[in-house]
Design a protein around this ligand. Structure first.
Ligand SMILES: Nc1ncnc2c1ncn2[C@@H]1O[C@H](COP(=O)(O)OP(=O)(O)OP(=O)(O)O)[C@@H](O)[C@H]1O
Length: 242
């Protein structure tokens, strides 16, 4: 079943077109990397998917709900991890999550159960009572992913979630999110880092607001490897580094 469907979406900032006729879909249980260099349009697409921007042209479906016509139902099924962290550093992990659960109308025992389950999925249960300020960057990010799961979304959107993290933390987070996809979520993971993508993942290559390719990473990589394939698709005047 399709979790996320983006159909003929275009968006302009004034006269400057950021997205041109973008179409792709992500099935339930699939990890889809939205791979694009700086300025490709990834953040603009995320803003449309989360209704921070209203859809210009085209249609976005979330678990079968049209985000323009049924925004509440659609947004209730989305969990989002934005590029910029939004945690209260002086509260504990659990209190941060409890606050967020409240925004989704969850309190008391149901909230406690949802928080425990989300933290366990990210391997963070034993840190529930630590102050966020005491956590390293990787654990803070894992906590933000746990927070995005509390209301039981079907689609998880992550906008370059590993920016600024060391190699071990990046690996831990990509592993956890692949496991979430395997458990049935549709994951859309925006990145420009090819080492976060596995051969069986879906990859949508976005460049200058257009989809250049949509398919399995292993097929896109061919014999030359994903990094080289991606660079040769998106290189302009740049020298290709192998
Ligand atoms: N608020 C804005 N006003 C005008 N132009 C914008 C605005 N936000 C983005 N753009 C332009 O839209 C295009 C797509 O930008 P966007 O931030 O969506 O790309 P991105 O793939 O997320 O890039 P990055 O990896 O650098 O975050 C770029 O040309 C950018 O300059």
């Amino acid at each position: 079943m399709i979790g996320l469907e983006v159909s003929h979406v275009s968006y302009s900032y004034g006269k400057s077109k950021a997205l041109h006729d973008v179409s792709f879909s992500v099935e339930n249980g699939r990890f889809c990397a939205l791979l694009g260099p700086n300025g490709a349009g990834k953040s603009t697409l995320f803003a449309l998917l989360t209704r921070l921007l209203a859809t210009g042209e085209g249609k976005i479906g979330v678990a079968g709900f049209d985000i323009a016509r049924e925004p509440r139902a659609a947004l209730a099924r989305i969990g989002v991890v934005f590029q910029q962290p939004t945690l209260d550093l002086d509260m504990s992990v659990r209190r941060n999550l409890r606050y967020f659960a409240g925004l989704h109308g969850l309190s008391g025992r149901p909230a406690a159960v949802a928080i425990e389950a989300a933290l366990t999925q990210l391997g963070m249960a034993e840190r529930a009572d630590e102050q966020v300020r005491a956590l390293n960057g990787g654990h803070r990010r894992r906590m933000e992913i746990a927070r995005a799961l509390i209301h039981g979304p079907q689609i998880l959107l992550l906008d370059e979630p590993t920016v600024g993290l060391d190699a071990a933390s990046r690996l831990a987070i990509t592993d956890h999110v692949h496991q979430l996809a395997e458990s049935g979520l549709s994951v859309l993971w925006a990145t420009h880092l090819v080492d976060e993508i596995r051969p069986t993942d879906q990859v949508v290559v976005l460049h200058r607001g257009k989809v250049l390719s949509d398919g399995r990473a292993g097929e896109l990589a061919g014999g030359q490897g994903l990094a080289k394939a991606f660079l040769s698709m998106t290189a302009e005047d740049r020298e290709i580094v192998t």
